[in-house]
Design a protein around this ligand. Structure first.
Ligand SMILES: Nc1ncnc2c1ncn2[C@@H]1O[C@H](COP(=O)(O)OP(=O)(O)OP(=O)(O)O)[C@@H](O)[C@H]1O
Ligand SMILES: [Mg+2]
Length: 256
């Protein structure tokens, strides 16, 4: 079992878009994929409402004896407002998540966790159990600031909750990238200069701003299933990114 966490404490950067496509992609070959939606906005849960329901993701924090039957395809543990209560009782809810996660996730081949845009006990819990982390970023103002914060949080969870066990960092993935915009291209170059290529998604992967992605979320279907030329192009782009992700996950050792 491998756990992919999509996280960046910045809103609207394409976390959910990537999370649901990662789940669809991983499930294509018959793998058992569990999606945990830790965002009370529940956008991933909406888009995956045709997937097999596994219950509420809040159960992981509040009912450590929770059980979810693993099946081939995508199973969704949906986000709900009860998740807002997690932070009020962190010393209880975070250890409960650890226990419930170990019990539930073991039967699946992959777990994909979508996270909310503000730092909270839920993001902490996600990083605590992550095999790999992808951080979608936008290249607008303050992107660099958010990156520093994210890397600091990753480091502190590794130290405090993983006995120093590192999270495999797939990197910063420019998402909604406007390749025609000189400002965005400059911003990408600045990021490379400041942080180095090592911190970026492998193979210089980027997801460009394309209508097809938004349409896919509304239609609740993978972008590569939409029969329009533009959507098919988007499908090829994101499948390249997801193939890199899957290869990386498959080559890593399982959880300790
Ligand atoms: N590459 C893209 N091109 C065009 N639109 C996109 C792209 N990625 C995401 N979107 C759209 O942008 C909006 C934000 O995307 P998404 O919900 O995935 O971001 P998020 O980071 O999960 O947001 P939040 O922080 O609110 O959870 C959505 O309306 C989505 O349809
Ligand atoms: Mg989201």
């Amino acid at each position: 079992m491998k756990t992919l966490v999509i996280n960046n404490q910045k809103g609207g950067v394409g976390k959910t878009m990537l999370a649901v496509h990662a789940a669809w992609f991983l499930a294509e070959s018959g793998a058992r994929v569990l999606v945990i939606d830790l965002d009370p906005q529940a956008n991933a849960s909406y888009t995956l409402s045709n997937a097999r329901p596994g219950g509420s993701s809040a159960d992981l924090f509040f009912k450590p004896d929770v059980q979810v039957e693993p099946h081939p395809g995508v199973t969704i543990l949906a986000g709900d407002r009860e998740l807002d209560a997690v932070d009020a009782q962190l010393t209880r809810t975070v250890p409960a998540f650890r226990t419930a996660f170990d019990r539930v996730a073991g039967g699946f081949d992959y777990v994909v966790i979508d996270t909310p845009p503000t730092w909270s006990g839920r993001n902490y819990a996600a990083l605590m159990v992550a095999t790999s982390l992808i951080a979608p970023i936008d290249l607008e103002t303050y992107a660099l600031q958010g990156v520093k914060q994210l890397l600091a949080q990753k480091g502190s969870v590794e130290k405090a909750a993983r006995q120093g066990r590192p999270i495999d960092f797939l990197g910063l993935l420019p998402s909604r990238f406007q390749s025609q915009s000189p400002r965005q291209r400059d911003s990408l170059q600045a990021l490379l200069r400041q942080q180095g290529a090592r911190i970026m998604y492998p193979g210089q992967g980027v997801l460009t701003q394309r209508q097809g992605y938004a349409e896919a979320l509304d239609l609740r279907t993978p972008v590569w299933m939409i029969r329009k030329t533009a959507a098919q192009e988007a499908g090829r782009e994101i499948r390249r990114v997801l193939a890199t992700m899957k290869q990386r996950l498959d080559n890593l050792p399982g959880p300790a």
